[in-house]
Design a protein around this ligand. Structure first.
Ligand code: MG
Length: 368
């Protein structure tokens, strides 16, 4: 089967660096979402995908995808142990290899693979997150999980442990199928109904990828966003889809102008209300971060500076050392970037969770 590709990665609206990365080396495709202070996240996702790509070029059809992800994990760990600045870096990795009428998947973390068939979206991967585990255990509903302040805390990632459990799967594909690989910067901003609509509406995979990124940014773009759209086409179909796609263009262009007008109006309204609205909105936001004294602290606002102007104010400094928090549990290494919460109460819950994790570490020694 022939594959038509749409791909894009974007820094989003809040982060200063893009730590996401993707690989398109037909028939191998992958998305990696890096994390870790300094340049760690960018380095981790780059090493993971370079290792995977290198093994693919070396082994070709003989590539063992799961083993390749394990080797990528070792490569990230090796680099982290050699360079103190990169200690604690990690990355997700969701990789897909097309083999005729089926695809193989290898997956670690909270990036996702979806199949769109007959306008229905089905998730092919399982999130390795704390909240997903809590949903499975019946402690949270799916709806609560999607807005939970801890939703980005991973239970599995590359760069943590030399022995990594890698999920493996396979899926039959038919002509007309569309597969989406994406980082959580998309799925935390746009719900599955929204993703389905965009994928079903845009026949060109690059347009679909572009619109998904636009939607995540319009919803706040709180994280880096990466999207790969893979269309599986009949080999014999030749270039026919391009012609078919041209046909409804006049109508589509009409729709686009209408949309452009709406967007322009929206932007003007937003700019008009920006001075008052933004400030009022910022005052309702909370996050947990690191104080100048290196302690875990509660902040009001959003963890960002604009033209040197801070969009946050410290509210309370705790006695918890940030370095201690970072080693207590996976996820807390993101403290320097700020862990956002929906309310003051949720932010204080995050601090209590950090306290409990440190207590648990002191009792049990460092976790796995
Ligand atoms: Mg992310």
């Amino acid at each position: 089967m022939r594959i038509r590709i749409g791909a894009r990665t974007d820094v989003g609206q809040v982060r200063s660096h893009n730590e996401d990365r993707y690989l398109t080396d037909d028939p191998l495709f992958a998305v990696a979402d890096g994390m870790g202070g300094h340049q760690g996240g960018e380095v981790a996702s780059r090493i993971a995908l370079e290792t995977l790509g290198g093994l693919h070029r070396q082994d070709g059809d003989g590539l063992d995808l799961r083993e390749a992800v394990r080797l990528a994990n070792r490569a990230v760990l090796d680099r982290a142990t050699r360079d103190q600045d990169l200690e604690g870096m990690g990355t997700t990795l969701t990789a897909l290899r097309a083999e005729g009428s089926r695809v193989r998947l290898a997956h670690v973390g909270d990036s996702r693979a979806y199949l769109l068939r007959d306008r229905e979206l089905r998730q092919l991967t399982e999130d390795h997150t704390l909240v997903h585990r809590m949903v499975q255990e019946g402690k949270l509903t799916q709806e609560e999980a999607e807005i939970h302040p801890h939703r980005s805390i991973l239970t599995r990632a590359l760069g943590v442990d030399p022995e990594l459990t890698v999920d493996q799967g396979s899926q039959d594909v038919e002509p007309g199928d569309r597969i989406l690989l994406c980082s959580d910067g998309l799925t935390s901003m746009v719900d599955e109904a929204g993703i389905t609509d965009i994928l079903a509406e845009h026949e060109n995979p690059q347009s679909a990828a572009d619109r998904l990124i636009d939607a995540a940014n319009a919803a706040g773009g709180q994280d880096n966003i990466t999207v790969l759209v893979l269309d599986f086409l009949d080999e014999a179909a030749g270039e026919a889809p391009a012609g078919a796609e041209g046909a409804p263009e006049p109508q589509r262009r009409g729709v686009r102008w209408w949309r452009l007008a709406l967007w322009t109006l929206l932007v003007l309204v937003l700019l008009g209300g920006a001075a008052l609205g933004t400030r009022a909105w910022i005052d309702t936001q909370w996050f947990v971060g690191t104080s100048e004294g290196g302690r875990v602290a509660l902040y009001q606002g959003i963890p960002r500076e604009v033209f040197g102007y801070r969009l946050y104010e410290p509210v309370e400094e705790t006695d918890i050392l940030a370095v201690e928090a970072a080693t207590a549990a996976r996820g807390w290494e993101r403290l320097p970037e700020g862990i956002t919460a929906g309310s003051e109460r949720e932010a204080r819950e995050v601090i209590e969770q950090i306290r409990r994790d440190i207590e648990a570490m002191e009792e049990d020694g460092p976790g796995p």
